[in-house]
Design a protein around this ligand. Structure first.
Ligand code: BGC
Length: 258
């Protein structure tokens, strides 16, 4: 996706989305949520340790010659730059101050690390499916695991981990991540029974005004969102594979300028 506006007035940021298979970065127009130019992607190094991923992050940044603050997503809890959990990634991340590790690889460029779903939630709430929606918005990403973001009137409550709440004796992401659908070769009908249970557990706990469904499977939203039987309206994410990059750039901008 490209933006046509590329003038001196454009407020630019830089975001990198670290996923299981790719480390993807782009320059972001912070006022429109559009990418400026193309994304650049490197395969996620294996093993995906902080050091190796840091090298890939630095290579992506250098590809653009970006020298300002940047945001990077991480698929777990991050508090003050330090990683606290690693459900689906290399356990060596736990306790690592990834912000410092990455920044050191970039000659001290300021790096802001945040949870991947939180990044997607920030972007969707401001520029995507939650745009203009007031009240409590919960984004859930369905992928290898389930990520969550809670946004109240545009403000993120970071590090919610609804993918790990217990639903009928089983962790939500073990019940209803899209990876479970694939592994068990379930139909959308069968899978949405599990998704419905997870949504009901979340809405019983915090009563959102809107759910946004993200993750790769949201591209097929018309096949499954209509099958859900929970109370709260559910809409599909609209930024899809740019949400993490855009949200990471937004978080870096907030950390630096606000
Ligand atoms: C992690 C979350 C993450 C989600 C999606 C979960 O297993 O605990 O922090 O947002 O996966 O990557």
């Amino acid at each position: 996706m490209t933006a046509s506006t590329d003038n001196a007035a454009t407020r630019r940021g830089f975001g990198i989305d670290v996923g299981g298979s790719g480390v993807k970065g782009a320059v972001v127009d912070l006022d429109t949520g559009q990418l400026i130019g193309e994304r650049f992607r490197l395969p996620t190094p294996q093993p995906a340790t902080p050091d190796n991923v840091g090298d890939a992050v630095a290579a992506v940044v250098h590809e653009f010659g970006w020298t300002g603050p940047l945001g990077v997503t991480y698929p777990g809890v991050v508090v003050g730059g330090t990683v606290r959990t690693a459900a689906n990634v290399d356990k060596s991340w736990i306790g690592c101050n990834a912000q410092d590790v990455f920044s050191a690889k970039l000659d001290g460029q300021p790096v802001t690390i945040l949870n991947d779903a939180d990044a997607a939630g920030l972007a969707e709430a401001r520029f995507g499916a939650g745009r203009g929606v007031s009240g409590l918005v919960v984004l859930l990403t369905f992928g290898t695991g389930i990520g969550s973001a809670v946004i109240y009137n545009g403000v993120l409550l970071p590090n919610t981990e609804f993918g790990h709440i217990e639903v009928d004796g089983k962790e939500a992401e073990h019940r209803a991540a899209s990876s479970v659908k694939e592994r068990k070769e379930w139909s959308y009908e069968r899978w949405t029974e599990e998704v419905t249970k997870v949504l009901i557990a979340v809405e019983n706990a915090i009563c959102p005004d809107l759910f946004i469904a993200g993750g790769g499977i949201s591209k097929k939203a018309d096949k499954w969102i209509p099958l859900l039987k929970n109370r709260t309206p559910v809409v599909a994410a609209t930024l899809l594979n740019t949400a993490g990059i855009v949200g990471a750039a937004m978080a870096a901008d907030t950390a630096t300028n606000h």
